[in-house]
Design a protein around this ligand. Structure first.
Ligand code: DGL
Length: 270
């Protein structure tokens, strides 16, 4: 297939949905590792092994470029994959960098030295594995100086969203925002650092208040992908059909995905 989009489960569909709106003619291969979700409570070694397995399967199906639409895999595995594992003619891109470039008011791919930026107090909401990797702070430090980041591990939220339990998800968002605000009462910006969380963007915004700018990844990743493909047309890969693959039960995953995106979705066995 053409461009691969990978997530541990359904969260990457928020990124897929935006890409499909922005580039309706782009065929994609979406891969949900539903049999092993959530990744956010696993060790870095475990996440690395699972992510390499899934991305390798997408390369075998003809993808040249895979977007890790999963912050946990981007945080815990991407750098190691690029250094030790990635075949020379293939690319894997994560979802952190486009968001940090937007937060630090940079053009896509601007690698000039770190500089002072307007935003000084940033709240990061992410999975426990993403928070403990400190990958967000590391990538931010390459681009900005003097930014204070307070990170909140949002235990339970991915499971609630994968199970379609919106009431539990809402209660968890409010309690995680309260916990964050006890440590950082007045964040200027909040990063939804998990691709499942845009589904709860309104609840995050309400709980944080109207003065906080909430950044979510879907539109930023889609815009940076479009820019990347313009610069690297060889990365389109083969294949003309969009496909949704899962390591879980295709019927159950299709039902949950239909509920998640509020339109008919059909997954096949990976
Ligand atoms: N959507 C994934 C992310 O962005 C979810 C991680 C998980 O499986 O816990 O981190």
């Amino acid at each position: 297939m053409a461009v691969g989009i990978f997530d541990s489960g359904l969260g990457g569909l928020t990124v897929y949905d935006q890409i499909a709106r922005d580039m309706p003619d782009l065929p994609v291969c979406y891969f949900a590792d539903s049999a092993h979700t959530p990744y956010g409570t696993r060790t870095a070694d475990d996440i690395y092994g699972l992510t390499c397995g899934a991305v390798g399967a997408m390369f075998d199906r003809g993808c040249n470029l895979v977007i890790l639409a999963c912050n946990t895999a981007s945080a815990a595995a991407l750098r190691r994959m690029q250094e030790n594992w990635l075949p020379r003619d293939k690319r894997v891109l994560g979802v952190f960098v486009p968001m940090i470039e937007a937060l630090t008011e940079r053009n896509w791919g601007d690698n000039s030295p770190p500089r002072e930026v307007d935003v000084k107090h940033v709240a990061l909401f992410a999975t426990p594995a993403t928070v403990s990797s400190r990958a967000f702070q590391r990538e931010l430090a390459f681009r900005a100086i003097g930014v204070d980041v307070e990170a909140q591990p949002c235990g339970g939220l991915v499971d609630a969203l994968e199970d379609g339990d919106e009431m539990l998800a809402e209660a968890l968002v409010r309690s995680h925002v309260d916990a964050l605000k006890r440590r950082m009462p007045h964040p200027q910006a909040a990063i939804l650092g998990c691709t499942h969380y845009p589904l709860m963007q309104q609840t995050f915004q309400e709980a944080l208040g109207p003065d906080v700018t909430v950044y979510s990844q879907a539109n930023l990743v889609s815009a940076s992908l479009s820019d990347y493909l313009n610069r690297h047309p060889d990365m389109y890969g083969e294949g003309q059909e969009t496909q949704f693959l899962t390591t879980g039960d295709p019927r159950q995953v299709s039902d949950r995905a239909t509920q998640f995106l509020r339109r008919q979705m059909r997954f096949e066995a990976a």
